[in-house]
Design a protein around this ligand. Structure first.
Ligand code: COA
Length: 181
């Protein structure tokens, strides 16, 4: 893998994270409970944890298997997208993404995820890209299907909701031979 490269879509720029992005990531992702309702994971919860996450992404750029980007629409930062856990032996990687709440429902996640899946499979020649979402995260499941992923399974009670209750987790994936331009 070539690591993180800058990508463009019709409306979006996908670019590397910088230290200056930390404040907006903390405010829009870390401080909005709606953003973590279905992810059950919040590395942006405090200013300190946000800075640590941003620094870790930036350090990750030195590793070939790291892909972590800010999604930008014009001058506005509107979300994040990343691919993690690159397995060179299996030629597989996991995808994660978020779009700030004020930009939901405008097709931004579908546009960004579609381009990153294309990049990973066609340019990076990765064989398998996979992702998961909370069973109730309808929007996220639609984004993954739009990108050509197939639902591969359901892990029962594999996640915890913010209130501590269990939730099922849907698994999605796409392999090179599925990919049709
Ligand atoms: C999931 C998320 C990335 C979707 O972002 P988005 O930019 O609003 O998605 P899109 O506009 O591309 O919409 C994709 C589909 O979901 C639908 N959708 C969007 N928001 C929705 C909602 N709140 N409820 C149900 N469907 C929704 C859209 O109508 C669209 O469906 P369509 O293709 O049938 O028209 C965004 O809601 C988010 O960041 N949520 C919090 C973090 C998160 O859950 N990340 C994913 C982790 S698995």
């Amino acid at each position: 893998m070539n690591g993180t490269v800058q990508l463009h879509t019709k409306r979006l720029l996908l670019r590397k994270v910088t230290p200056e992005d930390a404040a907006i990531l903390h405010r829009e992702l870390g401080c909005n409970p709606e953003m973590i309702r279905y992810t059950c994971w919040n590395p942006y919860a405090t200013s300190e944890s946000t800075r640590a996450k941003v620094e870790s992404d930036i350090q990750g750029y030195q590793k070939e298997g790291c892909y972590a980007c800010i999604i930008q629409f014009g001058e506005n930062i509107i979300g994040t997208i990343g691919a993690y856990g690159y397995d060179s032996e299996m030629s597989s990687i996991e995808l994660g993404y978020s779009v700030f709440q004020k930009y939901w429902g405008q097709g931004f996640a579908a546009e960004a995820v579609g381009e990153v899946v294309r990049y990973l499979i066609m340019d990076e020649k990765i064989n398998r890209v996979h992702a998961w979402c909370h069973a109730d995260n309808t929007a996220s499941a639609k984004v993954l299907v739009h990108a050509g992923m197939k639902k591969e399974g359901l892990l029962r009670q594999a996640m915890r909701n913010p209130d501590g209750s269990y939730a099922d987790q849907k698994l999605f994936g796409i392999v090179r031979e599925d990919y049709v331009i």
